[in-house]
Design a protein. Sequence first.
Length: 400
Amino acid sequence: MVNAKTIHQENLTDRLIDIRQELHRYPEVSSKEFQTTERLKAWLTEAGYSILPLEVETGLVAEIRGDLPGPTIAYRTDIDALPIQEQTGLPYASMIDGVSHACGHDFHMTIALGAAFTLAEKKEELRGTVRFIFQAAEETTQGARQLIEAGLFEDGQIQAIFGVHNQPGIPAGKVGVTDHHLMGAVDTIKIKVTGKSGHGAIPQHTVDSVVAGSAIVMGLQSAVSRNIDPFEPVVITIGSFQSGTTHNVIAGSAELFGTVRSFNPNVRAQLPQLIERIATDIAKGYGAEAVLDFIPQVPAIDNDQAMTQIVRESVEEVFGNDAVVKPEPTLGGEDFSLYQQYVPGCFFWVGTGDDDKGVNKQWHDPAFLVNDEIIPDAVTTVVRTLEKALEHFRLNKEEK
Ligand code: NI
C-alpha cells in the first residue's frame, strides 16, 4: 500500500508510478470498483480533499477549495477495468484472474491523482474550486449517468469539465485535441421478430422468423448506404441473433441484438425511425412482425471550442509547440459525452504509442500497455488546463 503521507517528501513522479502499478495489480470490473474507490478515497483525503456526499456505490467526487475565491471546474477520470485476462508479462500484472486494466484506466486515475496532489500543494494560490470525478463503470456506459442522477450538477457550481484518455495510436509526446467529434454516439437496438413455428419440412404452414430476421440484418446494412449522407458515418452491427431450438423446427421467433454508432446528432435522431421502418416493413414482406426497441446510450463526444482552446494551449506549453495533432476520430463510445450535455467540456487523447516499448496494442487487447514516461507531462497539462479554465471563467464573470 502506498502511504500518501510521503507524497510531499518524495518525488511525485516516482510516487505516481508506484500508485499506477498498484492500481494495475488490483483491477476491478465496472460497478465493482470497491477497493479502488477505497484506495482513491484514502489518497485524496490524505492530500486534503473532501469527498462529496453523492450516493454512488463506487467511484467518488473529491473537491478542493482554493484559498482564493473563484469558479468551479471539474476533471473526470474513469476507474474501471475489463473482464480480460492480462497477457502483458509485466512484473506488476493483474493479480485478479480474468480482470485487467486493458484500457489504461489505471493510467488515467494516476494522472488525475497527480493533478489533484499538485493542486493541493498550490492551495494558497488556487483561485476557485476543483472537483475530481473518479467515475465508475465507463466501460458499461453506466457510470456518468449514475453520477448525474446522484446530483453531480445539481448545485450548478461546475462550469466546465475536462477528461483524458490514453491513445496508443498517437505517438508518445503528441496529444490528440479536436473541437469536432472525437468519439461516437452509442445506441443499442433489440428487434423482436415474430412468425409462426412449425415442421421444418412443411414451411407453407409457418412464418419463418430466421429467414425474416436474416433479411432484416441484410436490410439494415443498406439502411446506412442508401439513406444516410455518405459523409456522415453510421455503423449498424447486429452482434447477436438468437432463434430456434433445433434443426428441424421452423422458429417462430427471433431476437436481434445490436449496436448503432454515429457522430452527427441530427443523423442519430433519424436512426430509430429508419431502423424501425426497415425492420417492420421487411418483416411484413415475410408475413412476420418486427418490433424495435431503440435504447439510447450515450451521445457523441462534442468538444466546446473555448475549452478545447484551453487544452490546446496547455498541451503546447507543456509538451511543446508542435505536440498537438488532429486525432482520427473513432465510433467507439465514451460516456464523458453525457457530462457535455450539462456543461462545456473537452475530452482529449494523450498519445502513448511507442513501438520500441511495445506500446502499440489497441484498447482492450490482452497485451495492452500504457507509457509511464508520459505521466509527468500529462499531469502538468491537466493542472495547467484546470488553472486556465478557472482563470477563463473568473475573467468571464468579472466582465459581466
Ligand atoms: Ni477506456
